[in-house]
Design a protein around this ligand. Structure first.
Ligand code: MG
Length: 260
């Protein structure tokens, strides 16, 4: 009888973790710490060290087909447009923490070798033509397959053409749409597995959380950094919070769970 009760309690705890608890994604890695920088490999390692559920990064492709990790379309003091440059033209550019601009390949190699906790949340960025975005999406999915990390990545994008192409290349991929130009129902219709909207969308339409869940979509919100909004999003029952302050979000989730 006692064993059965212990087993039931343990099972219920697992269910609570799997179903209820909000998860944390470090936005561009955990960069607000000593020695880190946005989209650096260090930021990925720091996200893993604090056991963020996911670590987000931004991806662009050079004219000669190299995938690099960077947020803006341009890079470096001369603001070189990545999609128009050859990799040789940008390969020595330094990030603010002294690291060299990472290629996606190096980033994934470091992830595979060092990270034990976090997932990679791959944001494929807008390029100037659909053709370039399709090419970049194919290259990213292909690299994920070659690195054998399919079950440790998810995809996000503001561009439907990118989300669609990722799903074409890997129909089992987890893909969330970042813009509010589509409703949850439209995202579901296109085969996406989640939405990843700015938190203001859910402040204006809190019923969307339930609507997403009823559709089987996961709800991620960005970029939530203030205690008040973090608490509000946890209360709303979003699945994932993307943030620049992953340790603070984890603390507030713990506080919320303790009150249950
Ligand atoms: Mg991003």
């Amino acid at each position: 009888m006692k064993t059965r009760m212990i087993f039931t309690a343990a099972f219920m705890m697992c269910v609570a973790v799997l179903v209820g608890q909000t998860r944390v994604v470090a936005h561009r890695g955990y960069w607000k710490t000593e020695g880190s920088a946005q989209n650096s490999i260090t930021a990925l390692m720091k996200a893993d060290q604090v056991r963020a559920w996911g670590s987000e990064l931004d991806i662009l492709q050079t004219a000669d087909g190299v995938l690099v990790v960077n947020h803006d379309a341009t890079v470096g003091p001369d603001k070189i447009l990545i999609e128009a440059a050859n990799y040789a033209d940008i390969k020595d550019i330094k990030l603010p923490n002294g690291e060299t601009l990472p290629t996606l390949k190096d980033y994934m190699k470091a992830f595979k070798k060092e990270c034990r906790h976090t997932l990679l949340i791959l944001e494929i960025k807008q390029h100037t033509t659909d053709e370039k975005m399709i090419k970049a999406s194919r290259a990213v999915v292909d690299m994920v397959k070659k690195m054998k990390i399919k079950d440790r990545v998810e995809y996000i994008s503001f561009m439907p053409v990118i989300c669609d192409e990722v799903l074409k290349c890997d129909p089992k991929a987890k893909v969330a749409y970042l813009s509010n130009r589509m409703t949850p129902a439209q995202c579901k219709q296109r085969g996406y597995t989640g939405v990843d909207f700015h938190f203001s969308q859910f402040q204006a339409r809190p019923h969307w959380v339930k609507e997403c869940h009823d559709l089987g979509l996961e709800v991620n919100v960005w970029t939530v950094n203030s205690d008040a909004v973090i608490r509000q999003m946890i209360e709303l029952g979003v699945d994932i919070i993307t943030t620049d302050v992953p340790e603070r979000v984890a603390e507030l989730i713990k506080e919320h769970e303790a009150k249950k």
